[in-house]
Design a protein around this ligand. Structure first.
Ligand SMILES: Cc1cc2nc3c(=O)[nH]c(=O)nc-3n(C[C@H](O)[C@H](O)[C@H](O)COP(=O)(O)O)c2cc1C
Length: 334
């Protein structure tokens, strides 16, 4: 399958693995790239620019295919060493960067100067247009159903994607809620040039997470995610658990008076406890509604092959059938 996204990034299939905190290590990115998609190492997860440099080198030993690095711009009192991370990306020769969280305008000239293609993650049409206007090469359009931060507009992909197609000139991928070939075809039908998946890639053999995390995804349904930190305008979609329900109870009782300190016990520093130690009740970790479509833990290669062959089958057979099987219209008077 050839799309503007496969051409832009030099990949075989129009499937991207979005940056994921504490999941986006070399093992994950290399598995996706080796299977013909675009793997992404999560920059901030590596802790320091030097560690990121080493992680990129480690990934290069696992794949000779293209892969990228995610740079998430967080609202932080003491921001991470962004100049250092950008420098590590440039020094290591990475040619694809996925930006997220905030406008990447400040970093674009430097990235472009080094021939780096930038795909920016957006949760609205207006942010996508902004990304286009500042020179991003593509956008990842994240609908309300996505795992992680869906923004505050609450527009699901069935509306957001065709709206993006109405306005954007640069290519975009459908992100949020995607797990299978049906959805890849639907995304293409709605104007996207491919898909970006987060949650689905966590339930794979190669994902470097505790087995309890994969089990939780297989057991969860589409009803099992919650939106936390809404009152702080930092909404995150997470898998529900005892910690999350405790946090939501605080949101209900404290109302508008709530501060980050109130929810910190259930969100700050819980990723290692969940993702590495498998303590599934520790608190909020990003997870999409797509959990309801996850029923197994295949290898990344099996997952991507399955998506592509299902998409192929749908395009060649199912959709074509609707045209050929169109009944002859019966005259109104008959
Ligand atoms: C566990 C987890 C961690 C994530 N961490 C990040 C992150 O650090 N930076 C980022 O830009 N997106 C992050 N995301 C969002 C994904 O890159 C992707 O946009 C999202 O998962 C798509 O929705 P889906 O989960 O329904 O596929 C994360 C998602 C998950 C599930």
């Amino acid at each position: 399958m050839q799309t503007r996204i496969t051409e832009l990034f030099g990949i075989e299939h129009p499937i991207i693995q979005g940056g994921m905190h504490m999941v986006g290590y070399a093992e994950m990115a290399a598995a996706v790239s080796n299977a013909g998609g675009l793997g992404i190492i999560t920059g901030l997860t590596q802790g320091t620019p030097d560690n990121l440099f080493r992680e990129i080198a480690r990934c290069r030993q696992m794949t000779d295919k293209p892969f990228g690095v995610n740079l998430t711009f967080l609202p932080a009192v003491t921001p991470p060493d962004y100049p250092g991370f950008v420098d590590a990306i440039i020094r290591s020769g990475i040619k694809i960067v996925e930006t997220a969280g905030n406008n990447p305008a400040k970093w674009l000239p430097l990235l472009k100067e080094h021939g780096i293609k930038v795909i920016h993650k957006c949760t609205s049409v207006r942010h996508s247009l902004k990304a286009e206007s500042i020179g991003c090469d593509a956008v990842s359009v994240d609908g309300f159903e996505c795992g992680g931060h869906p923004g505050e507009d609450d527009v699901p992909n069935f509306i957001l994607l065709p709206r993006a197609a109405e306005e954007l000139k640069i290519p975009f991928v459908a992100s949020g809620g995607v797990a299978n070939g049906k959805q890849l075809v639907a995304a293409l039908a709605m104007g996207a040039d491919g898909i970006n998946m987060g949650t689905r890639f966590i339930a794979t053999v190669e994902a470097p997470v505790h087995p309890n995390v994969k089990k939780a995804l297989v057991n969860a349904s589409e009803l099992d995610t919650r939106l936390i930190m809404r009152p702080l305008r930092n909404t995150e979609r997470v898998l529900t658990n005892a910690g999350v329900e405790r946090l939501l109870e605080k949101e209900r009782t404290l109302g508008a008076k709530i501060t980050f300190d109130d929810v910190a016990p259930e969100v700050a520093g819980v990723y290692p406890r969940i993702i590495k130690d498998g303590d599934m009740d520790a608190g909020g970790w990003s997870c999409g509604m797509v959990a309801g479509l996850i029923h197994d833990v295949p290898t990344v290669q099996e997952l991507i092959d399955r998506i592509m062959s299902e998409a192929d089958e749908i395009i060649r057979r199912r959709l074509d059938r609707f045209l050929r099987a169109r009944p002859t219209p019966v005259a109104a008077s008959a």
